[in-house]
Write a protein that binds this ligand. Structure first.
Ligand code: F0G
Length: 345
């Protein structure tokens, strides 16, 4: 039987005793040995294998369980898409209503479809994610029956800590280096807290942003944000302070990579059997950039792949070959040999 992450890590989460978990079997995601680069062992944590296809489910099982426990009637979030889909799924599982507020025209269609199938009410605001977040914070302050489930809700962060616990359980100790994409900066903060709580020791953190949406690299807020990685198209990360602490306390760093490097990383991973969305590919691209700039430490390096590839099917069409070769049953063998020869040439 599949256990949700509250059942597995309840002792670490400080939840009310009488709380009944809202779960759809989240967490317990694969840590895949990808490659060895010199003395570094590169592991990929496939967070896209969570039930709604992203790491958000870890925070949402906890935040929505608490919302229902406290008598909330509805949950609300601002989102670049994944938080929306996850909150909608967990709210419907819990019997609560959900409202998702998205930056108009900025969210990949499959994530909107996901939110809609679970019955979420979709609201679009003009502007970017930061305006959407300001709007939902205001709304949740006005109504006591409405719970904000963005990562500014501390229960989201508690839930997301569990990925660090799993990595420690799998490797036997924290890795030397942890690489992950950074948007609103909740997840990097959660991993830092998670390693410190569970292993009393954290890896060096490398927070990767997309050029054009890299306020933590630039050192100031950005009001205009532009990147192919729509999930992390954020100019004013709400958890900037805790993210900066995660990086400075572990002698880590923030770095950013451009759209081309993000797509190249997506292609590299896809050609090794792993299809992730652009924001997640940014982490792998960030590790490649880091390895070109400095010697990687020996030992375990973990790259967090936050969301699965089908979340955004439009972007990879910039590089994937979707040509359909017509044939008939008499000619199929010839067609196949021609195609394979072409591929080898
Ligand atoms: N990767 C993916 C696939 C994401 O969806 C997000 C954030 C991040 C990385 C960055 O995580 O915000 O904690 O630094 N998505 C949010 C959303 C903003 O609305 O789905 P973060």
């Amino acid at each position: 039987m599949v256990k949700g992450l509250i059942d597995r890590y309840r002792d670490w989460l400080d939840l009310p005793r009488s709380l009944t978990p809202v779960t759809i079997g989240e967490g317990d995601t694969p840590l895949v040995r990808w490659d060895d680069w010199g003395k570094s062992r590169i592991w990929l944590k496939l967070e896209g294998t969570n039930p709604t296809g992203s790491f958000k489910d870890r925070g949402m099982t906890v935040a929505v369980s608490i919302a229902r426990h406290n008598g909330s009637r509805a949950v609300i979030c601002a989102s670049t898409g994944n938080t929306a889909a996850s909150s909608a799924a967990f709210a419907s599982r819990a019997g609560l209503a959900s409202v998702v507020v998205i930056p108009e025209g900025q969210v990949a269609l499959p994530k909107m479809v996901q939110s809609a199938v679970h019955g979420a009410h979709l609201i679009a605001v003009r502007g970017n994610f930061d305006q959407a977040l300001a709007a939902v914070r205001y709304a949740a302050q006005q109504e006591s029956w409405l719970t904000l489930v963005n990562s500014v809700n501390p229960w989201r962060i508690r839930g997301q800590e569990t990925s660090a616990y799993e990595i420690v359980d799998d490797l036997g100790a924290p890795p030397t280096l942890l690489v992950l994409p950074v948007g609103n900066a909740g997840n990097i903060s959660a991993y830092h807290k998670g390693f410190v709580r569970y292993a009393k020791q954290a890896p060096r953190f490398i927070g990767v942003q997309a050029q054009g949406a890299d306020p933590l690299v630039q050192g100031h807020w950005l009001d205009q944000v532009k990147t192919v990685a729509s999930a992390i198209r954020i100019g004013r990360p709400a958890s900037a302070d805790t993210a900066k602490a995660a990086v400075s306390e572990t002698q880590g760093r923030f770095l950013s990579i451009n759209d081309q490097e993000i797509l190249a990383a997506q292609k590299d991973l896809a050609h090794g059997g792993i299809f992730v969305e652009p924001a997640s590919a940014a982490a792998y691209g960030g590790l490649k950039k880091l390895s070109a700039e400095e010697e990687l430490p020996a030992g375990d390096i973990v790259v967090i792949l936050t969301g699965m590839g089908l979340k955004d099917t439009e972007t990879p069409q910039q590089w994937a070959n979707l040509t359909m070769t017509p044939t008939t049953s008499e000619h199929i063998v010839t067609t196949i040999s021609q195609l394979l020869n072409l591929a080898e040439a």
